[in-house]
Design a protein around this ligand. Structure first.
Ligand SMILES: NC(=O)c1ccc[n+]([C@@H]2O[C@H](COP(=O)([O-])OP(=O)(O)OC[C@H]3O[C@@H](n4cnc5c(N)ncnc54)[C@H](O)[C@@H]3O)[C@@H](O)[C@H]2O)c1
Length: 317
């Protein structure tokens, strides 16, 4: 099996590429190594570590909206795993046009190229944010998802709708949207809560907690996400299909801080702040579809997962 992984030197892309290479698949990565939404240095570290562990991996610098650059990279691949994208709810309010271009046009471009090259699957990163605040919880994949709370959420939902529409005429091809629920673990994007909090707590700095701490998040360890992505690549059916990949066990931010303090063996100093625009009240995945159709279940409990972050952050101050 040979896969093109877009965004393969990003946080989730690194872990998924590593999982594919470990099981013996061939991986070719395309990533633009941009500074958004966090410094390029983290992506260069992921590139260096992948090359050191797997000399066979090929890594190219290319943008997902650049058809000419991407076409030769897609050629000869069994499938495209499209994880590249602009992540993050808050920055999407500052650059909605850029988010739309990369996340919507980039997804449509990669699917077009995958079809033209005769690939027989297309799996891509969507997000729990498509559910917004109006979906009954736990969120099910058949919910309408028509009230996005941010340009980021809208761009992910739009990418789903465009690829689903293409799926109407490409019925033999699995086109699989994976709705990731707040992913954490080693190499997590540095601006995301768990890594940000762990770094601060270990260094004795205060952490900013939004609202009264009652917001709930369905935190999912990146090793479970990588296993879910591989399960979707191997087993998702033909046609467009969306799957939730979440823990199915949401916790409040207060509970998160308690568990984080235990993992860090330190008390957190909390500075309260208003909830930023675009942040939803709660995320909570119904994971029965992924369990029944992909044979996937998450395995890492939050307490254990936080220890992997503590170890990573301690080793990479
Ligand atoms: N981390 C999460 O909790 C989470 C949750 C839901 C969805 N997602 C989605 O999963 C995917 C991976 O997320 P992540 O957390 O690993 O983020 P990330 O930023 O670490 O990874 C995304 C990668 O895409 C690359 N990229 C960005 N724009 C590109 C472009 N125009 N062309 C080529 N490459 C480009 C980046 O350089 C980066 O390496 C994203 O699509 C994100 O929206 C992530």
């Amino acid at each position: 099996m040979r896969w093109l992984v877009t965004g393969g030197v990003g946080f989730i892309g690194y872990h998924v590429s590593r999982a594919l290479l470990t099981r013996g698949d061939e991986v070719s990565i395309a990533d633009d190594f941009s500074d958004a939404p966090y410094p390029r240095a983290e992506k260069l570290r992921n590139e260096r570590d992948l090359r050191a562990e797997f000399p066979s991996v090929t890594i190219a610098r290319a943008c997902v909206t650049d058809r000419e650059a991407m076409a030769p990279l897609v050629a000869g691949c069994h499938g495209v795993l499209h994880l590249a994208g602009l992540a993050g709810v808050r920055p999407s309010f500052r650059e909605p046009a850029r988010y739309s271009r990369v996340n919507i046009e980039g997804s449509a471009t990669m699917l077009e190229l995958a079809r033209a090259a005769g690939c027989n699957r297309f799996v891509f990163a969507s997000s729990s944010s498509v559910y917004g605040n109006s979906t009954p919880l736990p969120a099910r994949e058949d919910a309408p998802c028509v009230v996005p709370e941010s340009p980021y959420a809208a761009s992910k939902r739009a990418a789903e709708l465009v690829t689903a529409a293409i799926g109407q005429i490409a019925r033999e091809m699995p086109i699989t949207a994976l709705r990731f629920f707040t992913v954490y673990g080693p190499r997590q994007r540095p601006e995301m809560a768990i890594t940000l909090f762990m770094r601060a707590v270990l260094a004795g700095r205060p952490i900013t907690l939004f609202g009264d701490g009652s917001m709930r998040r369905d935190f999912t360890h990146v090793s479970d996400i990588a296993a879910g992505v591989l399960a979707a690549m191997d087993r998702a059916p033909a046609g467009f299909r969306a799957y939730n990949l979440g823990s199915g066990a949401p916790v409040t931010l207060r509970e998160l801080v308690d568990q984080l303090e235990r993992a860090a063996s330190r008390r957190a100093v909390i500075e309260p702040a208003n909830v930023p625009a675009g942040d939803v009240d709660a995320t909570f995945a119904d994971i029965s579809r992924a369990r029944d159709e992909l044979g996937w279940t998450p395995k890492v409990a939050l307490a254990d997962g936080l220890e992997t972050v503590r170890d990573w952050v301690s080793a990479h101050p």
